[in-house]
Design a protein around this ligand. Structure first.
Ligand SMILES: [Zn+2]
Ligand SMILES: [Zn+2]
Length: 285
């Protein structure tokens, strides 16, 4: 349907298809726009970020696709990690990206200097929690949200990636309970900070369709807080394969409508704007 999605990954990073595959699928789906957001290079060893030496080819290939497939709007972008004093969206200004997704995946460092990523497995999260946070769950989660706040205040992206990613590996409340007051407070504080920025919050369907989370990122109660603070939203699937380009968009739209949202943010004709929507797609005037 005529959706847009600016959060996608390919073989350039940890995705499982080519740029062209996403574009062809987007055309088949009759989407209005597709944007690419490879994990931006980081200044340390990683097997899931695009390599610095490949960025040029990545951007050139996107540029080329724009000329080959005029049926759909195609945009450059990166999903840029925010690590205080190490890396952030501002480090990629020179690339003049169309759409910048900013995400926190790292929440500290091990004694040997290795960065603690909280996005892999529950076992690795438990390991980092023990080694980096001496099993203090609240301290770990506070750090996550404090980093999101720092990013929004100091180095804001266009889109805040998967706002409550910290719940990804929390199946069965293994690490924490989202309904507890301390958790709600830090989330509320974060939403307040976002409301004082121009950042867009994405409703990201990936954790849900991967079967990892019971709700989308972020959870409904967080989207309700966002709505109350007039924070704009966009729908994305964080697609790592072209078959995932519109996963659960209808449900995401229904959820947003049920909360009261009447518009989502779309990047079309090289600029951000509002679009009305239903569970069947965008309704552009
Ligand atoms: Zn991410
Ligand atoms: Zn992503």
């Amino acid at each position: 349907m005529n959706w847009t999605n600016y959060h996608t990954h390919t073989f350039y990073c940890d995705g499982e298809c080519n740029l062209k595959d996403h574009v062809r699928q987007a055309i088949e789906n009759q989407m209005l726009a597709v944007g690419f957001s490879s994990h931006a290079p980081v200044p340390f060893q990683s097997d899931w970020h695009i390599k610095q030496e490949d960025v040029k080819a990545y951007l050139q290939e996107i540029k080329h696709l724009k000329t080959v497939y005029p049926q759909v709007q195609i945009y450059t972008g990166l999903e840029i990690d925010f690590i205080p004093d190490v890396i952030g969206p501002g480090d990629f200004k020179a690339y003049n990206l169309d759409v910048v997704v900013g995400s926190v995946h790292y929440i500290g460092q091990y004694a040997d200097g290795e960065y603690f990523c909280m996005d892999f497995t529950a076992e690795e999260l438990a390991h980092g929690l023990r080694e980096v946070y001496a099993n203090d769950v609240q301290a770990m989660i506070r750090t996550y949200y404090e980093r999101v706040q720092m990013m929004v205040q100091q180095d804001p992206p266009d889109i805040i990636g998967h706002l409550d990613l910290i719940k990804k590996l929390n199946k069965g409340n293994r690490f924490f309970d989202e309904t507890q007051t301390w958790y709600k407070e830090i989330v509320k504080e974060t939403v307040e900070v976002i409301s004082n920025s121009n950042c867009i919050v994405e409703i990201n369907t990936r954790g849900f369709y991967q079967g990892k989370t019971e709700e989308f990122y972020p959870s409904k109660w967080i989207l309700e807080l966002c709505f109350a603070k007039n924070i704009p939203v966009t729908i994305s699937s964080d697609a790592h394969h072209f078959a995932e380009l519109e996963n659960n968009f209808g449900e995401a739209a229904e959820l947003l409508l049920s909360i009261g949202y009447q518009e989502v943010q779309v990047y079309l004709d090289d600029k951000w704007g509002d679009a009305k929507f239903s569970s069947k797609g965008l309704q552009l005037s």
